[in-house]
Every structure is written in structure tokens, then in C-alpha cells.
Design a protein around this ligand. Structure first.
Ligand code: SF4
Length: 333
């Protein structure tokens, strides 16, 4: 994947009339007000001052359901963003939205703008999970929205969640497999966190919902990541992360970890290593070493407890996502 940068503009919860049980967008973004024109321009210009023109960029509206805004509001944002496209490496406009907020009329409206990427919040392709999570849309809405985006020259990203109410291993794997069949350009995976003040917190307190713990999240996400790696679909984000205090303070329960992707990659290495029979001298790309060793040397300890010492050589010609053993490449997916 080429190096690319997003210039993020947060439009927290704006345009969304739904209340997914897990959502509190105001806390996630730490901003409840719509940004005005001067704020948006300032954000863009601050980012531009730190990024080389040669780096491809998109102006990205995140945080809400963009196409559920009124057309006037969408135009307000898109007109500002459009005035920058074509300059300083800005290649287009990107936003995230709900599948049921995309229809033919919306796509016709958007065709006046240089939209380069649309991310759809699929979250699950299991009907029970969608219903129990208060998503307010079904699988058919996802398929229709995917088809509509596909008809344009717009990159399609899909987001899925794990550990929502009614979710389980098979449902999560099924969702990942269906997403792969839709051939998105990239995917984001968000394990469910219980945030303060959300219906999910209430469900948990009443005993109707049990959040997944970190161990089961790492285990299941490693199988999901393996599927996407095997299908060569980039997972550009694994885990919700924000350093904003308001967000961190809002987490009541759930598998939060600031280095979740590292934990999951470490688990994939552990699984791949378990399948091989010595010799244990392996070669690995330097950037994969921390995954090989595992978080807190988890994998080193795991194998030492079984009488095996991992002996490795760093070699930056080894492809990432696996290691060489006896001259043969062993992929981790
Ligand atoms: S659609 Fe998005 S913004 Fe709206 S309630 Fe659900 S998660 Fe929150």
C-alpha cells in the first residue's frame, strides 16, 4: 500500500439519528460542536504545514454519518474540502457513513465532488447482532450501498466490529468472510468497548451484555486478521484508540489496549510457530521482530516453557507477514 495521509475533520455524531447501543460519538471525538469554516481551514492548513506535498492525502470527514447530514450541510463541508483538492498532494475527499444513508440520489449528489474514498460502517453481517446492537439497518442495506459505491471510481472501505451483543466466534468469522467476498480496498476492525452513558453500559449493568475480554478478542481478531491477510485486503486499523483523556475516561469495560494490533500480530506469530517443527533458527524482517517475540516477550516465554529457544536472525529482505525457516517462507496467516 502506498504511503498516504488523512487530514481528519471530526463531525461528531452529526447527521446521525440512530443510537447504536455502543455509541457515544461526542466522547470519542471529544468535540460536540460542528466545526465552522475557519476551524476546518485551520485544521487543513496545520496538517499541510507538517506534510510534504509529495505525500498523497485525502481530506477525511470522520466521526458521524456524513451522508445522513442534510444536503446543505454536506455541501458546506464538501465545498471547503474541494477548494483544496489538487493542491499540496490532496487527491480527494473521504468520509465514513452508514450503509442505509447511501442511495442513488446521494451518489448523484456526490458525483459533483471529488470523492475518493467512502468507508461504510458495516459492523456485522449477522442479523441478530445488527438487531441487538440497535444498528437500524440490515444486511441488504450493506450490499446495496457497496454496489452503489462500486459503480463509481471511489475506493471502498468497510468497518467491522467484534464483541457486539449477540456476537460470537462464528458470527465474527462469517462477517469477515462476507466482507472479503465484497472485495473492499481496505478494512478497519473495532472490538466493542463499553463507553460511559451508552445503552450498552446499561445492558451490561443489568446483566444483558458481557463484554469480550482482551484474551478472547486477541484470539478471535487473530483469526480474522489472518483471513484478511490471506485475501490481501489491508487492515488499516485494528482497535479503537485515542489519546484524548475524555475518551480514555469514558471506557467502562471491554478489551481496550493501546497496542492491540501488536498483541494480535504476536498471536499470529505464536500460532505459526506452533505449527512448525524445528529447526528453530529463523530469519525475520526487523520490523516484525516485536511481533515474533510477542508483547512483553509473551512468545519467547511461551516457547521457553516448552523447552524451545527462539533463535532468530534479522534480515530486511525477508517479506513481512512471515519468516524464513530453513530457507522457506512461512506466512503467519
Ligand atoms: S450510526 Fe454511527 S454515529 Fe450513529 S449512533 Fe451508530 S455508531 Fe453512532
Amino acid at each position: 500500500m502506498k504511503i498516504h495521509s488523512n487530514i481528519p475533520i471530526f463531525i461528531s455524531h452529526q447527521g446521525c439519528h440512530y443510537n447504536c447501543v455502543y455509541c457515544n460519538q461526542r466522547l470519542i471525538t471529544g468535540k460536540a460542536e460542528l466545526p465552522n469554516k475557519a476551524q476546518i481551514k485551520r485544521t487543513i492548513e496545520v496538517y499541510l504545514s507538517t506534510l510534504e506535498d509529495a505525500i498523497p492525502k485525502e481530506i477525511a470527514f470522520f466521526g458521524g454519518s456524513f451522508t445522513a447530514l442534510t444536503k446543505e450541510e454536506q455541501s458546506f463541508y464538501l465545498d471547503i474540502a474541494r477548494s483544496y483538492v489538487g493542491q499540496h498532494g490532496i487527491e480527494g475527499i473521504r468520509f465514513s457513513t452508514r450503509p442505509d444513508a447511501i442511495d442513488e440520489e446521494e451518489m448523484a449528489f456526490l458525483s459533483d465532488y471529488p470523492i475518493s474514498t467512502i468507508e461504510l460502517g458495516v459492523q456485522s453481517l449477522d442479523t441478530s447482532v445488527l438487531r441487538a446492537s440497535g444498528r437500524g439497518h440490515g444486511i441488504v442495506d450493506v450490499l446495496r450501498a457497496v454496489n452503489l459505491v462500486r459503480q463509481k471510481e471511489i475506493a471502498l472501505g468497510l468497518q467491522m466490529m467484534t464483541g457486539l451483543p449477540e456476537d460470537h466466534y462464528d458470527a465474527a468469522i462469517f462477517t469477515a468472510e462476507k466482507i472479503i467476498s465484497l472485495k473492499p480496498a481496505f478494512v478497519r476492525i473495532y472490538p466493542t468497548l463499553v463507553l460511559k452513558g451508552t445503552p450498552l453500559e446499561n445492558m451490561m449493568n443489568k446483566g444483558f451484555y458481557t463484554p469480550w475480554n482482551l484474551e478472547e478478542t486477541v484470539e478471535i481478531c487473530s483469526d480474522i486478521l489472518s483471513l484478511f491477510m490471506g485475501a490481501q485486503i489491508p487492515v488499516i486499523r485494528l482497535g479503537l484508540y485515542s489519546s484524548e483523556k475524555s475518551f480514555l475516561d469514558s471506557i467502562v469495560a471491554g478489551p481496550y489496549h493501546p497496542a492491540l494490533r501488536g498483541l494480535v500480530m504476536g498471536r499470529l506469530y505464536q500460532k505459526a510457530l506452533k505449527k512448525i517443527v524445528g529447526p528453530w533458527e529463523i530469519e525475520i524482517h526487523p520490523k516484525e521482530l516485536s511481533y515474533l517475540l510477542g508483547h512483553g516477550k509473551e512468545n519467547v516465554i511461551y516457547f521457553e516453557q516448552r523447552g524451545i529457544s527462539l533463535v532468530y536472525t534479522l534480515n530486511d529482505t525477508v517479506p513481512r507477514g512471515g519468516f524464513l525457516q530453513g530457507g522457506h517462507f512461512v506466512p503467519i496467516h
